[in-house]
Structures are given as C-alpha cells and as structure tokens.
Design a protein around this ligand. Structure first.
Ligand SMILES: Cc1cc2nc3c(=O)[nH]c(=O)nc-3n(C[C@H](O)[C@H](O)[C@H](O)COP(=O)(O)OP(=O)(O)OC[C@H]3O[C@@H](n4cnc5c(N)ncnc54)[C@H](O)[C@@H]3O)c2cc1C
Length: 343
C-alpha cells in the first residue's frame, strides 16, 4: 500500500493550482486526470479585472491578480518558466457612446486603476472609435503552462493520466493508495461524482477558433470586440470564446462557429483561414462564485469547483483558501462555502 497525504481528481486549473499548494508545503499527493479536453486546456488564458460588457470589476479582482502573479513566480522556480504574458487587453469600441462610457467609468474609484483613459488607434484592424487598454490585464500561456506542469508532475510521479473510478474508493483508499484527504476538481465532470453530483454547477459551453491571418497584427497584445483575439505562435491566432448555457452536445456547434466567424470579420477586414475549432464546458454557478467545501458524511472528501469564466484567477486564489482550510482550519469565506446552498 502506498500512502499519500492527498489524492486530487482532475487536472485543470483547479487541480493543478491545488497541486501547487501541496508542492509548496511538501505534501505527498497523486493526481488522477483522464485525457480529453478539459475546459482549462481550451481556455484563452485571459486575466482580466474588468467585466467589459458591463463595465464593472468583480469581487477580489486586485487581490486575485496579485496572488496569481506571486504564484506563477513560485511555479517558475520548479518549471523554469513564467507563463504570464504581460500584454494588456485593448477594447475596440463599438461606438462613440461606449467610448464615452469608458471615459466616465475610468474616473470612478472602482475602475480608475483598470481603465486607461488614453485611447489608441490600431493598425490592421477596423477601429473607427479607437481602443482603450485595460491596466493590469494579461494572459497566461495556456499551452506551455499545461505542458510543463504536466511534465513536472510526471517526472515526480504525481500524475496518473487515467479515469478515476469513484465506485472503488474504500476506507480512505483507492486501489493500492491510502490517502488522508481527497480533493475533487473535475469541472463539469463532477456530475458523475456520487459524492458531489448535486452541487449546483451548470455547464456553459464555449468554442474558440485557431486562425491564420493573411495580414498579421503589428502588435501582440490582446484585442477584444465580441471575443478575444491574440497571437499564439507564428501566424496562428486564438479567437474566442462563445457562451452557450443550453448546448450540451459533445461536438462542434455550427452556430457557435458562425458567431465566431462573424465576430472576427467585424473588425478584421482581411482573409483568414480556420485551422481548428475547439470547445469546452465552463463549470458555472448562478451566484458566480466558486464552490469549496467538504462532504457532510466524509469530512476528508472535498470539492473545488465552479470556477466559471475566470478559471485562472479563481483556481489560483481559492486553491490556497482551500488548502488553509484543510490544513489549518481557516474558515472558508461564506461566499464560496458549499454550505451556502444548504441554508
Ligand atoms: C472557450 C473557453 C474559453 C475560456 N477562456 C478563459 C479565459 O480566458 N480565462 C479564464 O480564466 N477562464 C477561461 N475559461 C474558463 C476556464 O476554462 C474554466 O473556468 C476552468 O477551465 C475550469 O477548470 P476546472 O479545473 O474546474 O475544470 P476542467 O478544466 O474542466 O478540468 C477538469 C478535469 O478533470 C478531469 N476529470 C473529470 N472527471 C474525471 C474522472 N472521473 N477521472 C479522471 N479525471 C476526471 C477532466 O478530464 C478534466 O481534465 C474558458 C473556458 C472556455 C470553454
């Protein structure tokens, strides 16, 4: 029998950021994650303190961004790379009204740190009303983050790329592994978990394109009109993602693809070729807060889910909250506590 402090089920942002907490604290652990596309691996990697549709910020935005930056520095110590690309989002304004709204919001206490009041005229794309940049926004190099983190976990015998079968957990052991705690981080896969299938997580399907632009952009920052556009490598670009809370099928949806083509054509007037269409399911919660907590009958079984559209910031920040709760009995913030649903 092998003994570990933790088993983690799921290798997306929730599972990997929680694993980082265990690495930092010299805990022994194993992650089970089946191959297949997680929402995390198809995500754009955008780190954005502003909800651009509504011109608001969100709960703990500054704290979460600072914590992400320091966590990525810690990860750099063992993978050798920093995955944060410090290039701001540039919002292409739809019209004069939106431009004016940005200016007035940039003077409010809440948004002044984030909305740059000096506008830019961008080359290569249509932007008759110019663009505004979001201070403190950035993006994660998603592909390298997952490739390198996985390689590190494999080298250190922390990762099993296989399905976790809930039916064979017995007396705090799984196969020949005895564990002190188990943390379930399966994203929308939690619906198959008999211990936590009832948590109110809903799937929100998102598609993105990988495109080749006939006329490359002259800058490498992120553009945002309907969706995000930014360079990957060479002349390949990411464009996405859509939101569809009603679509559940495990295949590419032509309507979403068409939405993306139209969205990109709206501000990119040159030819482009679609190389890939990908999709994933965001685990969302009605109150837009993650879900952390333990099972009422199995107190060492934990859930870490509901990261929504902000998997990077939520996954990073709340992995530490959960770790402190388990190891040092720090109370969970009521806003993210699983118990909020039983009241
Ligand atoms: C198109 C798109 C774009 C996005 N863009 C952004 C963005 O720019 N910025 C941002 O912050 N967020 C973004 N998101 C949201 C973000 O991707 C999610 O919030 C996040 O990925 C959720 O992470 P997770 O770890 O909870 O779940 P997932 O990433 O889905 O990971 C769960 C993992 O668990 C595994 N698993 C499940 N059940 C089992 C089992 N029984 N045994 C073994 N393994 C299991 C799955 O295979 C999967 O690998 C985007 C999402 C989509 C779809």
């Amino acid at each position: 029998m092998k003994n570990v402090d933790y088993i983690i089920v799921g290798g997306g942002y929730a599972g990997f950021f929680f694993a980082h907490q265990l690495i930092q604290n010299n805990k022994t652990f194993l992650i089970f994650s089946e191959n297949g596309k997680s929402a995390s691996q198809v995500s754009a990697g955008i780190v954005n303190p502003v909800v651009l549709k509504k011109f608001t910020t969100f709960w703990l935005a500054q704290e979460q961004i600072s914590f992400l930056k320091s966590t990525l520095k810690e990860i750099e110590e063992y993978t050798g790379k920093n995955y944060l690309i410090n290039e701001n989002i540039h919002r292409i304004f739809h019209d004069k009204k939106e431009q004016e709204l940005w200016l007035s919001k940039s003077e409010t206490e809440q948004l002044e740190p984030f909305l740059n009041p000096e506008f830019k005229n961008l080359e290569t794309v249509l932007n008759p009303f110019a663009a505004g940049s979001v201070n403190l926004s950035a993006r994660l190099n998603v592909e390298e983050f997952f490739n390198d983190f996985k390689a590190f976990l494999k080298e250190n015998n922390h990762l099993r790329e296989q399905h976790f079968d809930y039916s064979i957990i017995a007396d705090n052991s799984y196969e020949q592994i005895s564990f002190k705690h188990i943390v379930f981080c399966e994203g929308i896969g939690v619906k198959n978990n008999p211990f936590f299938s009832e948590i109110p997580v809903m799937a929100n399907k998102g598609h993105h394109l990988k495109v080749q632009l006939s006329k490359p952009l002259t800058n490498s920052f992120t553009l945002k009109k309907k969706h995000f556009l930014f360079p990957l490598n060479g002349d390949s670009y990411y464009y996405g993602g859509t939101y569809d809370p009603n679509e559940r099928t495990n295949e590419i949806d032509d309507f979403a693809k068409q939405q993306l083509i139209e969205g990109l054509s709206e501000f990119y007037p040159h030819d482009f070729e679609i190389n890939e269409v990908n999709f994933g399911f965001r685990p969302t919660v009605r109150d837009r807060r993650p879900i952390l907590g333990s099972h009422p009958e199995h107190p060492n079984f934990y859930v870490f889910n509901g990261l929504g559209a902000r998997g990077i910031l939520n996954g990073c920040f709340f992995s530490k909250e959960l770790y402190e709760h388990i190891e040092n009995q720090k109370p969970l913030m009521p806003e993210v506590d699983l118990n909020r649903f039983s009241k």
